[in-house]
Write a protein that binds this ligand. Structure first.
Ligand code: BGC
Length: 303
C-alpha cells in the first residue's frame, strides 16, 4: 500500500507491505524512514531543511556520479569535460548542486514509487540530456531499488543510494557486525581517490567472515558476487544483494549533529570511484540510446 503525505513543501510517499514501511520524499528521492517490524533502521531528519542544510547525503539518491571523480575532469570520445569540484580539487557525489537537493517527479505503482529527474546537457559539467529514475518497491521484508538512466548523448552515469543503516536503535555502529563479499578493495590516497586494487587477505579490510566493524572505514570494496554484504546488530540482520560491481562502506565518522559520529554505517552499492579516469576499472560510460539499469535489494530479518 502506498500513502501520500507532505514533507514541508515536498511530497512524502510511504510504502507499507509485509513487515517493512519505507518513506521516500520527492526531495532528492530520499529515504526519510525505514521501519522493520516497527523499528527504525535508518537515521533521518524530520524536515527538508535538515537535508538541505546537511552534507551527509542521508538516504539520498546520488547522481550523476556516486563517489569521486579525480581532478573534477574526465575525457570521453576525445573531449575533455571540466566539472565543478566540491571536495578540494575533486568532484564528490555529482557536484555542488547535486541530485539529492532537487525535487524528483513521483509516479505511484503497486507497492512501489518511481522517481524521475531530468538532468540537462551540461548539468554539473556532464554531457547529454539524461533522464534518471529510481524505483523503490517493497515486498515482504525486502526493499528493492531499481536505478535507470537514458541519455541522448554519450555520458558517464553511476548512481547510488546513500542510505545509512543503524539496526541497533542508537548504539555505536562500530559494534555492529558486518560481512562483505569482497576479496579485494580499492586502496586510496589522502583525498580518497583510488590508487590500486588490493587483496583484503591479511588486512583490516577482510570482512569475508562476519565480524564486528570495530574501526572507521570510508572505502570501496570490489564485490565477488551479487550478495554484497550482511549487517547484523542484536537480532536484526540486513542482507544487501546487487548487480553493482562495488560497495562503499562509510562508518560515518563525520556525520553532523544531530547524528552522533559512528551512529550509522552507509552501505553504497556503486561503480568503482573515478572510473571515467581509469581505463582499468569497469566502464561507466552510458551510450546515447542505451538504457541503464542496475538494482539493489535490502532484505531484513530477525535472526
Ligand atoms: C563518502 C564520504 C563522505 C560521505 C558523506 C561517502 O560516500 O565516501 O567520504 O564523507 O559520503 O558525504
Amino acid at each position: 500500500m502506498v500513502t501520500k503525505s507532505f514533507f514541508g513543501t515536498y511530497e512524502l510517499y510511504t510504502i507499507e507491505a509485509g513487515e517493512l514501511s519505507v518513506s521516500i520524499t520527492t526531495l532528492g528521492a530520499t529515504v526519510t524512514g525505514l521501519r522493520y517490524r516497527g523499528k527504525d533502521c535508518v537515521p533521518f531528519y524530520d524536515s527538508p531543511e535538515g537535508y538541505l542544510g546537511g552534507t551527509a547525503y542521508l538516504g539520498a539518491a546520488i547522481g550523476r556520479y556516486g563517489n569521486r571523480i579525480a581532478g573534477a575532469r574526465f575525457s570521453l570520445n576525445g573531449k575533455e569535460y571540466l566539472l565543478p569540484a566540491n571536495e578540494g580539487a575533486n568532484q564528490l557525489h555529482g557536484g555542488p548542486d547535486s541530485y539529492d537537493r532537487r525535487p524528483w517527479t513521483p509516479e505511484v505503482l503497486e507497492d512501489a514509487v518511481r522517481f524521475t529527474l531530468f538532468s540537462p546537457d551540461g548539468d554539473n559539467g556532464f554531457p547529454g540530456n539524461l533522464t534518471a529514475a529510481v524505483t523503490y518497491s517493497v515486498q515482504g521484508s525486502i526493499l528493492r531499488l531499481d536505478f535507470e538512466g537514458d541519455s541522448d548523448a554519450d555520458t558517464v552515469y553511476a548512481p547510488t543510494s546513500h542510505m545509512y543503516f543503524d539496526l541497533s536503535g542508537g548504539e555505536n555502529c562500530l559494534a555492529a557486525s558486518l560481512c562483505v563479499n569482497a576479496s579485494r578493495y580499492l586502496e586510496v590516497d589522502g583525498a580518497l581517490i583510488p590508487t590500486e586494487v588490493t587483496p583484503v587477505e591479511g588486512t583490516r579490510f577482510d570482512f569475508r567472515a562476519m565480524r564486528p566493524i570495530r574501526e572507521a572505514y570510508d572505502h570501496c570494496f570490489v564485490l565477488d558476487g551479487e550478495t554484497a554484504c550482511v549487517l547484523k546488530d542484536g537480532n536484526t540482520q540486513m542482507t544487501l544483494t546487487t548487480d553493482f560491481p562495488a560497495l562503499q562502506v562509510y562508518t560515518g565518522e563525520f556525520l553532523p549533529e544531530p547524528f552522533k559520529a559512528f551512529g550509522a554505517v552507509a552501505l553504497e552499492p556503486e561503480a568503482y570511484p573515478d572510473s571515467p579516469n581509469r581505463p582499468d576499472f569497469p566502464d561507466t560510460t552510458l551510450r546515447a540510446g542505451e538504457h541503464y539499469h542496475r538494482w539493489a535489494e535490502y532484505r531484513f530479518e530477525t535472526v
